[in-house]
Design a protein around this ligand. Structure first.
Ligand code: PHE
Ligand code: ZN
Length: 881
């Protein structure tokens, strides 16, 4: 582990390497604890570079055993090797030369899961962002592109499978017990896309014929016996390949595409060229073990990694400040893919909920940073929802501003102009400017200014002049390192909805630019006046969530109900329901805090029940409407001095009122959807299950009995229904015998399935109330808890902190103290995981003073450790600042 304080890296310091890397040949002699890596690297000095400049290669925790220069042992006076770098001096002025470095590494001891490590007996690698330097000395940065040849030598019985990037060259026996395989990747790539896998795995095979008629072999490798659970992933892969051809014109470029599922992985998955490595949670699924959400995640992540082949691999990033160039764009692409595969509006609602619950708090807190940051101390800490999700929203806004055709021209130009490049955000924007003839200078502030824009809106209708005036004012909050901001270009889709529900985008407009249904807010304050409006319309603004902003628009409940009933944009209808319910929940929280009795307006309940019962609406949408803003959403809306117990109590009271008033509606819904025939993981089936389980949850509240959920648990024939029933039991009736029995049968039935046990841990870690901490502590002692497996740690300790507001934020601070201990225990093993978990405390300043003080103490106890990784040090110091 690196326990240095981490040098701060600045975008402004970027310059190309002094030496150009021409070729890479790697030979691995695999051994669990003593793997030998021989790297042959051919370089030449870049033109114009000082003839005395040394070659500086990155390392991390490396031991070198030999170094050759042009095949001859190198004079020790000419180099300096430390675990962190290899510096070679006196190199030729212009002729190419070859360096051969041998390092010894220990995959078994690699608990960071960065570089070459072992997971369940499988050798695998993770090199993004800076893991390759844990394998060999190398110019480990994304702008160094080279062609790689890989030789792998390993024990044959234990490792029948030897995989790397590119195309298979050949293999043969090697001595009595070993064999070797050679791979060649013709596409120049940066080191972070290197991958190697060796071991004994089962395989699911298929083929895909590309649009130009080439046949590509598709292989998904999983643990033996789990092959049937890879079928859905394979189907998602083929649909992704087809979609990328049809929608973006992108064809796959190797003869083989491989996915390997491993059980120990820090992130979701990794787009290594031709050899994606996945957290097995995003590969394995069948109805018995995977929820509808799991299926949707698998589809999205398989697509995401596949799409990286063009947006990330063929065109990569010049430096890590450009991370959104590949991630934001690729998330946008996977969002569009899922929207095409499923219900576009429901998908959009889910995306926005996710953005608001994850990215908005990041943008409003101490970890806020621009989509394209300008400094970092630890790059691992910049794989954030800002870079990914806000990055995707920024790409979506380019599409909104340019319109479909010009966006397509721009992205085509990007692929044409930058194929094979390590590019920048500026290169990307330039393509859209050149293709459309538009100036995107002001728009590009979205990449550079952090913070969620706040837009205050008011509208006035003048009946005699027949005009509607819409006044908008934008304010971008100060964020770390950015105290003042420029006004941004904010594209807002809108409609004016008349009394009878008809929609228009209006006629003559003064005060600003409107193109079609997009209103372009470009000034700090701007009033748009619409002429020729015969009667007072209701304004539906930011339809489809065209801009990632917060609107402060004091619309009457009548207007919101009008939108909720009539808007042809389903997203806007859902948003209107949310805009009605949030103030109800915040005022319930305040009443609970003051100890008063909570009453809920019947008109709101009636409107909500009307949506629930409306058979003209798709079930998934109705389920989204019924799932009110979360406790975290309410906390965000309250914006300070937050008491999680009061927020919880207030929200529960509102849920109870809805449940009681709607018992008949929910009974009907539950009966109608209870038997939904043979299981299919498609969006329609998932929507029905979501609505049914929402009804079950309300019915269980109304009748205040575990009996309904226990019956549902007993007859569930798929994991969605089973885990929903178990969640209702555990969260509502934690002490009931039915709950204890169900938890026990669940554990016994899925004892051999770690991914399902993760759900068992999560359900218990998120039981509301102060007792959660005791439960979490005792679950950590259970035989099934595996402290070295990131999925297990996240499912128990992570979800406790991220998704159990009342349990984690116990008034006595014991939740934070426990968490600090866990972070300190995890950090030496796996700094990336520890740092990621620590971000759960990023909003501590919004808590009421007593809890905030406890949280501060816990954070300070972490900061006081003198053995922190750079990862945790970076987060804890920023969060405390
Ligand atoms: N590049 C991966 C993705 O988003 C994420 C990742 C980053 C995985 C760093 C591992 C390490 O697709
Ligand atoms: Zn990605």
């Amino acid at each position: 582990m690196r326990t240095d304080t981490g040098r701060i890296v600045h975008l402004a310091d970027y310059r190309p390497t002094d030496f150009v890397l021409e070729r890479v040949d790697l030979t691995f002699e695999l051994d669990p604890t003593e793997t030998k890596v021989e790297a042959r690297l051919i370089f030449h000095r870049r033109e114009g570079v000082d003839a005395k400049a040394p070659l500086v290669l990155d390392g991390d925790d490396l031991t070198m055993t030999s170094l050759l220069f042009d095949q001859i042992e190198m004079d020790p006076a000419r180099y300096t090797a430390t675990p962190e770098s290899l510096v070679i001096r006196d190199l030729p002025e212009s002729t190419p030369f070859e360096i051969t470095v041998v390092t010894m590494i220990n995959p078994e001891a690699n608990t960071q899961l960065m570089g070459l490590y072992r997971s369940n007996g499988i050798y695998c690698t993770q090199c993004e962002a800076e893991g390759f330097r844990r394998i060999t000395y190398f110019p480990d940065r994304p702008d160094v592109l080279a062609v790689y040849t890989i030789n792998i030598i390993a024990d044959k019985a234990a490792n029948p499978l030897l995989l790397s990037n590119g195309n298979f060259l050949g293999g043969a026996g090697f001595g009595p017990d070993k064999h070797f395989a050679a791979w060649f990747d013709p596409h120049p790539k940066p080191s972070y896309l290197f991958a190697l896998v060796a071991g004994d795995l089962g395989v699911v095979e298929d083929t895909f014929t590309t649009m130009s008629g080439r046949e590509v072999a598709l292989k998904i490798y999983v643990e033996h016996g789990k092959e049937p659970r890879a079928a859905y992933a394979m189907d998602a892969l083929k649909r992704s390949m087809k979609w990328d051809e049809e929608v973006f014109g992108r064809e796959y470029d190797l003869d083989i595409f491989m996915i390997v599922a491993v059980s120990d992985f820090n992130m979701g998955a990794m787009e290594n060229k031709g050899l994606n490595i996945f957290n097995d949670k995003y590969v394995l699924a069948d109805p018995e073990t995977a929820t509808d959400q799991d299926y949707a995640n698998i589809e999205a992540i398989i697509a995401h990694e596949y799409f990286h082949n063009w947006t990330g691999n063929r065109i990569t990033c010049r430096d890590w400040f450009q991370l959104c160039l590949k991630e934001g764009l690729t998330v946008y692409r996977d969002h569009e893919f899922s929207a095409d595969m499923r219900s576009r509006s429901v998908k959009r609602i889910a995306e926005v909920r996710h953005l608001r619950s994850e990215q908005f708090p990041e943008d409003a807190g101490p970890l806020a940073h621009p989509v394209r940051p300008t400094t970092y101390r630890e790059i691992n800490n910049f794989y954030t929802t800002t870079v990914y999700e806000k990055g995707s929203e920024v790409t979506r806004m380019i599409a909104t501003i340019l319109g479909r055709d010009d966006f397509k021209k721009g992205i085509d130009l990007y692929f044409e102009r930058h194929d094979g490049d390590a590019s920048t955000v500026e290169d990307f924007i330039k393509c859209f400017e050149d293709a459309s003839g538009r100036d995107l200078k002001q728009f590009s502030l979205w990449y550079h200014q952090a913070g969620t824009p706040q837009i205050t809106v008011s509208s006035t209708y003048d009946a005699s002049a027949k005009t509607l005036s819409l006044s908008l004012e934008q304010m971008i909050p100060a964020t770390p390192g950015q105290s003042t901001k420029e006004p941004m270009h904010i594209p807002l889709r809108f409609a004016l909805i008349s009394e009878n529900g008809s929609e228009s985008t209006a006629s003559a407009i003064a005060g600003g630019t409107v193109s079609g249904d997009v209103l372009h807010l470009t000034e700090r304050a701007q009033t748009f006046t619409f002429a020729g409006i015969g009667s007072r319309p209701v304004v539906s603004l930011n339809r489809g969530f065209s801009a990632p902003v917060t609107l402060h628009f004091a619309q009457s409940n009548d207007d919101l109900i009008h939108i909720a009933r009539h808007d042809s944009d389903l997203f806007a209808r859902w948003q209107a329901i949310t805009d009605i319910s949030l103030p109800i929940l915040t005022s319930a929280a305040k009443t609970a805090q003051a100890g008063g009795a909570i009453e809920v307006e019947p008109a709101f309940i009636d409107a909500l029940l009307a949506v629930a019962a409306d058979e003209a609406l798709e079930p998934a949408f109705r389920a989204q409407a019924l799932s009110l803003p979360s406790e975290a959403d309410v906390a965000r809306e309250l914006g300070g001095n937050n008491d999680p117990d009061a927020i919880h109590a207030g929200r529960q009271a509102v849920l109870s009122a809805i449940a009681k008033a709607g018992t008949e509606v929910f009974r009907t819904l539950y009966a109608a959807h209870a038997a939904n025939g043979a299981f299919s993981p498609d969006a329609a089936g998932a929507g029905k299950r979501a609505l049914k389980n929402s009804a079950l949850s309300f019915l269980s509240i109304a009748e205040d009995t575990p009996a309904l959920a226990a019956a549902a648990y007993a007859k569930a024939d798929n994991m969605t229904d089973l885990s929903q029933a178990l969640t209702i039991l555990a969260h509502r009736f934690p002490e009931a015998d039915e709950t204890k029995a169900a938890l026990a049968t669940f554990e016994a039935r899925f004892a051999a399935n770690p991914l399902v046990l993760d759900k068992w841990f999560t359900i218990q870690a998120t039981i509301p109330g102060a007792d959660a901490l005791i439960r979490v502590k005792s679950l950590m002692q259970s035989a099934n808890f595996a402290p070295t497996n990131p999925n297990r740690v996240r499912s128990l300790i992570g979800t406790f902190a991220f998704s159990n507001p009342t349990g984690f934020n116990r008034a006595d601070g014991a939740g934070y103290a426990f968490y600090a201990e866990q972070i300190l225990a995890i950090d030496p093993r796996n700094p990336q995981l520890a740092a990621c978990l620590l971000t759960a405390l990023r909003s501590w300043r919004l808590l009421e003073p007593v809890r905030a003080e406890h949280a501060r103490k816990a954070l300070e106890s972490i900061a006081a450790s003198d053995a922190l990784s750079t990862d945790v040090r970076d987060i804890v110091e920023r969060v405390l600042k």
